[in-house]
Design a protein around this ligand. Structure first.
Ligand SMILES: [Zn+2]
Length: 386
């Protein structure tokens, strides 16, 4: 970890760079250069990288496995750099945005902690930028996904938006007037660990009764497996589908059965959705956004989940009947949202590179002309020939 002395020692040039990056990111996306950039989404199992244009269109996408948690941080950096270099063979890359499943500090240079990777206080932005020679931006994956939904998906036109990502747990992000609200230390939006049931289910975070223990993919599967293990008569079609192996019950399977009308699976989604609505009502009391966007794998259940969530939201909203109600909508961009958002955020830091590069090119051209003139005066200035 760097000390104050280290930081001061590196001199003012570095401080200036950090300051200008901050200023540039406060600029609107509207003034960002319309150049293609690379977005990278680092999840627990897959790393996805893609070239995305200024309209959010994915020009090319590649993916690879996430390096094992036991590997050094350098291995993950290698993976990122290989993907970017591969894409830059075929595309003009102006900046790289990285959305990581982990806590990113407020000036978005360090990953403080990532549950699936060996990153602990990892200076990811500078490490990758030094190797790729393009500007790099690092952000939390829920923030990048929310950004993408706001720019190109379900949240377009909303100036106060909260995104809730239901995967194995709950991730979240807050967007206001075109800015991601990250909090003082960069870790705002960890909605999954708000306590909704005092003394409830134990959560891996160490507390009890966290929201994500009641409304997430893990909660869905846990409840289904409990019913199946108890050999409940209502769970028979589910037990049949997995041949009696309760451990094979997965979220997508429950979603499929619920869609086919299996009463127990529909009920499980009603429970999850009801808890989702309760949590959303809490968030509305604190943040008062105009729109909640629900993303992540569990949102594939669509109205089976979002219908009960809307009902519970209306029942639990403070001041109900006397205030406008926020919309609750399903995300539109699917599993690529994190990658698209990371790429689009990276365009905010792309300008500096373009300017510096243009200057470098101009200098080079001037030098070439000068060298030409010295070596070969007759061809260098044909207009001045008699
Ligand atoms: Zn928790």
């Amino acid at each position: 970890m760097s000390t104050y002395r280290d930081l001061a020692h590196r001199g003012s040039a570095r401080a200036t760079v950090l300051k200008t990056i901050g200023t540039r990111e406060r600029r609107s996306h509207l003034t960002a250069p319309r150049v293609p950039t690379v977005g990278i989404d680092i999840g627990g199992t897959k790393v996805m990288a893609g070239v995305v244009d200024a309209d959010g269109v994915i020009l090319e996408k590649i993916r690879t496995e996430t390096p094992d948690k036991s590997k050094s941080p350098k291995v993950v950096e290698d993976t990122i750099c290989e993907l970017v270099l591969d894409l830059s063979d075929r595309h003009d890359v102006h900046a790289v945005g990285i959305g990581a499943a982990g806590w990113v500090d407020a000036d978005r240079s360090k990953v403080l902690f990532a549950p699936h990777l060996a990153w602990r206080n990892e200076p990811l932005r500078d490490a990758v930028a030094a190797r790729l020679a393009v500007p790099v931006l690092v952000d939390n994956d829920a923030n990048t996904a929310a950004w993408a939904e706001w720019r190109f998906g379900a949240g377009r036109g909303e100036d106060h938006l909260v995104m809730i990502t239901l995967g194995t747990g709950i991730g979240g992000a807050i967007l206001e007037d075109g800015h991601v609200k990250r909090g003082k230390y960069g870790v705002a939006g960890e909605f999954g660990h708000m306590q909704v049931v005092p003394g409830g289910h134990r959560c891996p975070c160490g507390n009890r009764g966290c929201w994500e223990q009641y409304s997430s993919g893990n909660a869905l599967v846990r409840e289904a497996r409990e019913l199946a293990a108890a050999d409940s008569p209502v769970a028979h079609s589910l037990i049949d589908r997995v041949g009696g192996n309760v451990g094979d019950i997965t979220g997508p399977l429950i979603t499929e059965l619920a869609r086919d009308g299996d009463a127990m699976c529909v009920e499980l989604f009603q429970d999850i959705g009801q808890w989702l609505g309760v949590g959303i009502a809490n968030l509305a009391a604190a943040l008062d956004p105009s729109c909640f966007v629900i993303g992540g794998g569990v949102s594939a259940a669509d109205d089976l989940l979002i219908g009960p969530a809307r009902d519970a939201f209306r029942r639990h909203l403070t001041g109900r009947g006397y205030r406008p109600e926020a919309r609750i909508v399903k995300a539109q961009l699917g599993p690529e949202a994190g990658m698209v958002g990371a790429a689009d955020l990276a365009r905010l830091v792309a300008r500096r590179f373009r300017r510096a590069n243009r200057r470098r090119l101009e200098r080079h051209e001037r030098y070439e002309r000068y060298a030409q003139a010295i070596l070969n005066p007759s061809t260098a200035r044909p207009t001045q020939e008699p």
